[in-house]
Design a protein around this ligand. Structure first.
Ligand code: PMT
Length: 319
């Protein structure tokens, strides 16, 4: 297995065809919100795929429904942030997530009056009206910009290009990297052009390591931003050590650790302690069945981001 640096990755793997077009929309969105002095959050959400063939029939996938990202995006919007929502195609999205086809099908709340007149069932109408109001308001005010990825390659190229644009927002930018990103990939140079044939017997694939893009992100792409990454583990005992190791290695602001089965009930915030010598951890737990843990997560991050902005301003003032 070889491991790619971010430079060698971008030098050898082809950019997605529609990258320029996607980025010009993001650029306009960011410029407008910088002019209006607004904080901007980039939320990544959903899992990336790793195609095994150039004419892709099969791929490996990373687990994620996109719940964390879509829910958190709504809370960032409610705190006045402009949100760039970069998500896996067909994963959950802010607002429409409340009526996901698999868990809460929208059609179940509609009633026929006659062939052209349809209404929402009275029991569901207040909740739907609330969601619809927020959705319309966000779109009318141009507060949400959505982009999609499918493959790890699209994800990495999009993230780099958005970071280059968002770096203009400096300390007002917050990165919320909730996507579940593949650690391994198959470089295009090693991929079979056509569908891998089963007649060859068992399948053996050696994958290369995906570059850890948090490092160039923190050091080069967007050095003044407030960056939050996530760490998903299935072994509780690994959460804190892995989060500390990530902070040590990349030097960003917060790692949010979550265990797979308890991720909707509790998460742990790990960050540098104020003297910079060690690490501090604080747990956030779901208060009751009616609330969503992303509400508490985002509230805490908005506070910490505010402190980060103030510290940066003080630094500029006293320099
Ligand atoms: O969508 P849900 O079903 O609600 O689930 C939410 C979640 C569990 C997926 C989410 O809360 C979460 O934990 N996301 C991160 C999953 C994870 O552990 O990713 P990772 O180990 O591949 O990456 C850790 C961090 O490093 C991520 O923030 C990622 O952006 C970053 N990374 C990853 C790979 C890579 N090559 N470079 C990176 O910088």
């Amino acid at each position: 297995m070889s491991s790619f640096s971010s430079e060698s990755y971008f030098a050898t793997q082809p950019p997605p065809p529609n990258l320029e077009e996607s980025i010009s929309g993001v650029r306009q969105f960011i410029d407008r919100h910088i002019q209006e002095n607004r904080r901007i959050a980039l939320v990544t959400s959903g899992g990336t795929t790793v195609p095994l063939e150039l004419n892709v029939v099969r791929f490996l996938d990373n687990f994620s429904a996109g719940t964390r990202g879509a829910t958190s995006a709504e809370y960032f919007l409610s705190h006045g942030y402009a949100v760039i929502f970069m998500h896996r195609q067909f994963s959950l999205q802010p607002f429409s997530r409340h009526y996901s086809h698999s868990t809460n099908p929208f059609l179940d709340f509609l009633e026929f009056k006659d062939s052209v007149d349809i209404s929402v069932s009275p029991a569901e109408a207040p909740r739907l009206a609330e969601v619809l109001k927020s959705y319309k308001d966000v779109h009318t005010r141009g507060m949400l910009h959505t982009l999609t990825f499918v493959t790890i390659n699209e994800y990495l190229y999009l993230l780099r290009a958005i970071s280059n644009e968002l770096s203009r927002a400096k300390r007002y930018a917050l990165y919320y990297l909730a996507a579940a990103v593949s650690d391994f990939f198959l470089p295009t140079q090693k991929m079979s052009e056509h569908k891998i044939q089963s007649t060859k017997g068992s399948l053996q694939i050696e994958m290369d390591q995906v570059p850890k893009i948090l490092k160039p992100m923190v050091n080069e792409w967007t050095p003044e931003a407030f960056i939050v990454s996530f760490k998903l583990e299935t072994d509780d005992n690994l959460l804190i050590p892995k989060a500390c190791a990530a902070l040590e290695r990349y030097g960003h602001q917060v790692v949010i650790g979550n265990e797979l089965h308890r991720r909707k009930l509790e998460v742990v915030f790990v960050s540098r302690s104020s003297d910079g010598e060690g690490f501090q951890e604080s747990w956030i737990r779901l208060k009751n069945d009616q609330s969503e843990i992303e509400n508490e997560i985002v509230e805490e991050l908005v506070k910490r981001h505010g402190e980060w902005i103030n510290r940066k301003l003080e630094y500029i003032r006293f320099r």
